[in-house]
Write a protein that binds this ligand. Structure first.
Ligand code: DX5
Ligand code: ZN
Length: 225
């Protein structure tokens, strides 16, 4: 199984979005950070913008909802055709019901955990999700430093996914670089979000390949079988 690289367009130029989407066309998915200035202290864009991104992107959308009440506001992202919709465990009133509704619309359903949120309560519910996002920074802003203390949580998720033979992607998001991607891969991630590390590079396609190959060399053995 290859390592997936999902560049975060939070680090793109918002007035040249179509150009920047073309710069990452060789990536696996485009990571779209939706922020509402309530769940996190930052504001990005909503369904209208995400719908246009869906229209012009050459690769599928990996929507990361950092919003309150995703039970209500989250479904429209699946309806507009996003490949994957991930909501926060801390924000959802009924995560299982929401995941089932997202899947019924046709999207992959993901659940995100802030650095301080344990995975324990979700280990028995992994069948309900297509992806678990382990936040490796506090959500809200790009360009922060990777929090290595989140790695035991990632490793426990990898162990549970592998032990039960599940096909649940384990995603990391925040502070992913050529160095930290090694740690995240070794601890069981297979899907890597990178904002600054991709968009700061002069040649984004080369940088995406470099990140993908670096991660692939260090993928947890269990994730490669
Ligand atoms: C942070 C966002 C991330 C962010 C990552 O809340 O969820 O997707 O764009 O940015 P970098 O890779 O710069 O840490
Ligand atoms: Zn994100």
């Amino acid at each position: 199984m290859p390592a997936r690289i999902n560049p975060s367009i939070l680090a793109a130029d918002f007035v040249n979005m179509e150009r920047d989407l073309d710069r990452i066309a060789s990536a696996d998915l485009v990571h779209v950070d939706v922020m509402d200035n309530h769940f996190v202290p930052n504001l990005t864009f909503g369904p209208q913008m995400v719908g246009r991104i869906q229209d012009v992107s050459k690769i599928p959308l990996d929507v990361h909802l950092m919003i309150d009440d995703p039970d209500h506001w989250g479904l429209q992202y699946a309806e507009l055709g996003a490949y994957s919709v991930t909501f926060h465990a801390e924000a959802a009133a009924d995560p299982i019901r929401l995941a089932r509704r997202l899947r019924a619309i046709g999207a992959r359903a993901g659940i995100a955990l802030k650095p301080g949120t344990p995975a324990d309560g979700y280990l028995d519910l992994l069948e309900e999700f297509d992806q678990v996002l382990v936040m490796t920074v506090e959500p809200g802003f790009g360009g922060q430093s990777f929090m290595a203390e989140t790695m035991p949580k990632l490793a426990s998720l990898r162990q549970a996914v592998t032990a039960r033979g599940l096909d649940v992607w384990l995603q990391v998001d925040g502070g992913i670089t050529e160095e930290t991607i090694v740690t995240a891969a070794e601890n069981g991630a297979d899907t890597f979000v990178a904002g600054s590390a991709v968009f700061r590079a002069e040649n984004t396609a080369e940088q995406i390949s470099l990140l993908r190959e670096t991660a692939a060399r260090h993928l947890h053995q269990a994730a490669t079988s």
